[in-house]
Design a protein around this ligand. Structure first.
Ligand code: MGD
Ligand code: MGD
Ligand code: MO
Length: 776
């Protein structure tokens, strides 16, 4: 299937050439275009030079770590897009809302809404005219407080956070919400890396990764499972490229052949840019079946055990790290028994990989003294994600690949501060010690009942038990499953509030009282009333905490910082007797002092965060200190799932497993453009990628329109109409398409075991030709 998407004759116009490599001139060209199109060529370009610099702002693009010797800025195409998108010169002023009713705006696409530019004024929904009307800040705070205080219990309100919020904003937010009286903190991470947090906490005693950026310079082998860094973490490609050039083996597991994992031309490398060359990244690329990673990893473990038996029989040294196993782990024998009990048949069927391939991978693992394993959404958005991540940890324990230079577990986070938000208290199940510390600090009781995550919040909003919804950023309505139900849930509310930089669909589903409160973005200068510029702080995937200070002029003089807005709502709702909100919002050092006094690891916060690279939070597992019940790194010994959705799909004629992923031109629900250059799709997002042989079975040809029908048997009818098919090299039985358009098919009724994460990567679907099926 080498020709698929290569612009062959007779192909529909939207299928074109795939880039030869990720990065390179294509990336530079795309940046220039995006800066121009965003309406921010100058401020955007200037801003870019300050991204991830010691005296600049943290790039809002992703949570990859920053290099130690970052003398010149690290170039990243998608970082440029994220910055340009925020630095646009376009504005959504009150006049805009005079021209368009909310019902009309609901017919717009996400892309068209955000392209209108930055929000400038607080706006209040007027049901009589179906329009948002300009409001005053104090009026907004007063009315929001009025509704919140009228609810018969604080547990009737839901407080959502999206992972761009800074540590300071997130901390002051949770402080307000807990003083108000609830732990209802649905968070974007519930849909993202929740399974990583849960599994790692069980396995190694901390729900975070253990690697540092430097470890990538030392690893002999890197396993990259279920992620697409070429698009979503482009700066990671630089680290992978340097590793590949030094001869490290990079093994990729992905049902899709992602361009960035195959070849990368580093825009930082003059020779590659001049010669048009590029570096191969993956030394081995395995197109595992969707949901088949647990089986694949178990297969490798089984082969490692077999190799160990053979070595010992031949009188050679064991391939396992017995010192580590003995001194540092518990549950090894049970794990070994569960691997022995798993048959190669099960492993091959579920992973779609052959025993020979898995044995080859095991040899790479055995040949490497230092191994890193990274993963993202391809692993975390399934029913058995927690078990899969436990299996990854099991596998890494076998050779002591944790807590040594060049080794470790590396969940690659999404939003630039999603990890930090959790660290500073956005948690529906807060640890007791944290609540104790807050009580001691403030001298008032904290709510002790566990609160709602995303799915529980949606349930409560649907059954009427939740009546108010406040969002610190994000696009709840579009990021969550079963979009039509969510619309109903939001419009059921007595109050909806969105603190946001740009207009999106969540703002267009107003409750009875509804506000849009516009805030400063991370690229903008945040001055207090004395004119002193404030910095905020964020934590990256490597647990590094560093400062971020904006440089651009605010998009509108009316804007307030997220912190200022939360302080305003808090003061109006719970008063200032316990916490002096104005004082905290005036000087963020005071918020950091509070964090330092209530959360371990933040001592001397204000001093240490002003060092060039910030500081690293304590990470026990990285030092082989295990905060687990057994005080050891803990093996899990789960069985493989009976059947993955992919296996179910293969068994049933006409059924497929759909994964929803990101195009190269989007940031989550924010769509920058309609191209997906690395996958050879242009000017079209309503597409579905299908294996060519499967296409024949469906009776469709490239470019035909199909309706995609949900096959989960839970009483909800789900249909996504008129998507164009793209023949693509995917394992048979699996298809793929873009989030958020396909969220109408993701069922609320199915979630990851223990993680409660929607299963956005394994949705059962079937197809029928649309009314106007033919491409012509
Ligand atoms: N430019 C840009 N950057 C971003 C984002 C963005 O939207 N745009 N989003 C940010 C956020 S919040 C996040 S969480 C991250 C997301 O980063 P990723 O996890 O890379 O995001 P996805 O696009 O969902 O890609 C999932 C990848 O997993 C593969 N996959 C799907 N199912 C399976 C499976 O069962 N097994 C295996 N092995 N692979 C599978 C898919 O083919 C795809 O390559 O990126 C962050 N960075
Ligand atoms: N089907 C499917 N669904 C998914 C996923 C998937 O792979 N497939 N991925 C899931 C994942 S990993 C995630 S993280 C979630 C993402 O869910 P969210 O975090 O809720 O969504 P985003 O699209 O990142 O939010 C974009 C909005 O944030 C606002 N915004 C941008 N910058 C700022 C800022 O600085 N401050 C404030 N206050 N607002 C700002 C803008 O108004 C913008 O419209 O979606 C999840 N949903
Ligand atoms: Mo995410």
């Amino acid at each position: 299937m080498a020709n698929v998407g290569e612009g062959a004759m007779g192909k529909p116009e939207f299928i074109g050439k795939k880039s030869k490599a990720a990065g390179g001139w294509g990336a530079l060209k795309s940046c220039g275009k995006k800066l121009l199109a965003s309406g921010a060529p100058l401020s955007g370009a200037a801003a870019m030079l300050k991204a991830n610099q010691p005296d600049g702002f943290d790039c809002p693009g992703c949570a990859w770590g920053d290099p130690e010797h970052g003398s010149s800025f690290e170039f990243c195409e998608n970082g440029v897009k994220a910055v340009a998108w925020e630095s646009t010169d376009k504005r959504v002023k009150p006049d805009f809302f005079k021209k368009h009713t909310v019902s009309e705006l609901r017919t717009w696409t996400d892309y068209d809404l955000e392209r209108e530019g930055r929000l400038t004024h607080p706006m209040r929904y007027n049901a009589a005219s179906d329009r948002y009307v300009q409001a005053g800040w104090d009026e907004a705070f007063g009315e929001i407080a009025g509704v919140l205080n009228s609810l018969d219990s604080p547990d009737r309100a839901e407080f959502y956070t999206s992972g761009r919020a800074s540590n300071e904003a997130a901390f002051i937010y949770q402080l307000f919400v807990r003083l108000y009286g609830t732990n209802n903190f649905p968070d974007c991470s519930n849909m993202c890396h929740e399974a990583s947090g849960v599994a790692l906490d069980q396995a190694v005693g901390i729900g975070k990764g253990t690697v540092m950026l430097e470890d990538f310079e030392k690893a002999d082998a890197i396993f990259v499972i279920g992620q697409n860094p070429g698009t979503n973490h482009p700066r990671m490609l630089g680290d992978l490229r340097r590793a590949a050039l030094r001869g490290a083996r990079i093994a990729v597991f992905n049902p899709v052949r992602e361009k960035g994992l195959e070849r990368f031309a580093d825009p930082q490398d003059k020779l590659e840019m001049i010669t048009g060359g590029s570096t191969p990244i993956a030394s081995e690329y395995f197109q595992v079946r969707v949901g088949g990673d647990m089986a694949a990893v178990r297969g490798m473990a089984k082969a490692v055990f077999a190799a160990d038996d053979a070595a010992r029989a031949a009188g050679r040294p064991s391939v396992l790290d017995h010192n580590f196993l003995k001194q540092h782990t518990s549950g090894f024998e049970f794990y070994k028994a569960s691997v022995d009990a798993t048959t190669w048949d099960q492993i091959e069927n579920q992973s779609g990989l052959s025993r020979a391939q898995l044995e080859e991978l095991a040899q790479i693992y055995i040949g490497s003294n230092r191994t890193i394993c990274t993963w993202a959404m391809g692993v975390t958005q399934h029913r058995h994600s927690v078990a899969t991540i436990r299996e990854i940890a099991n596998f890494m324990f076998l050779r002591g690949n944790i807590g040594r230079p060049g080794t470790g577990l590396c969940p690659v986070r999404g939003h630039s501060n999603v990890q930090g938000d959790r660290t500073v208290g956005i948690n529906e199940k807060p640890p007791r010690q944290f609540l104790d510390a807050l009580e001691k600090e403030l001298g008032v009781p904290m709510p002790r009942r566990n609160g709602h995550n995303v799915l529980a919040a949606i349930g409560a909003m649907l059954d009427g038990s939740a009546q108010a919804f406040i969002a610190l950023g994000g696009n709840f309505a579009r990021a969550t499953p079963d979009s039509p139900l969510i619309a109903k849930a939001l419009m059921n509310q007595k109050l909806t509030v969105n603190i946001a930089t740009k207009l999106n669909h969540s703002h267009l589903l107003p409750g009875k009282v509804s506000y849009i409160l516009p805030c400063l973005g991370r690229t903008e200068i945040d001055r207090n009333a004395d004119g002193v510029a404030q910095i905020v702080t964020v934590e990256d995937s490597m647990s590094m905490v560093h400062g971020s200070g904006g440089i651009n002029r605010p998009a509108s003089p009316e804007l307030r910082s997220e912190i200022g807005i939360i302080a305003g709502i808090a003061e109006a709702t719970v008063g200032s007797a316990t916490v002096d909100w104005k004082s905290l919002a005036h000087h963020y050092d005071r918020i950091r002092d509070l964090i330092a006094r209530t959360i371990p690891g933040f001592h001397d916060y204000n001093e240490r965060v002003r060092r060039p690279r910030g500081f690293r939070l304590p990470n026990g597992a990285a030092e082989r200190i295990w905060h687990t019940p057994s005080q050891k790194a803990t093996f899990a010994s789960s069985e493989l799932p009976d059947q993955t959705e992919h296996q179910l799909a293969i068994a049933e004629q006409g059924t497929f497993v759909l994964q929803t992923f990101r195009s190269h031109d989007q940031y989550n629900t924010t769509v920058y453009g309609l191209d997906d250059r690395y996958r050879g799709v242009y000017g079209e997002r309503r597409v579905v990628f299908v294996n060519p042989t499967d296409l024949e079975e469906i009776g469709a040809e490239a470019g035909d329109r199909v309706d995609i029908i949900g096959r989960h048997d839970d009483g909800v009818e789900r249909i996504a109409e008129s998507f164009r098919v793209v023949p693509y090299e995917l394992p048979r039985g699996s298809v793929a398409g873009y989030y958020p358009e396909l969220n109408v098919l993701v069922p609320l009724s199915i979630a990851g075991a223990e993680s409660d994460t929607p299963t956005s990567k394994s949705v059962l679907v079937s197809f029928r030709l649309s009314e106007q099926a033919k491409a012509a």
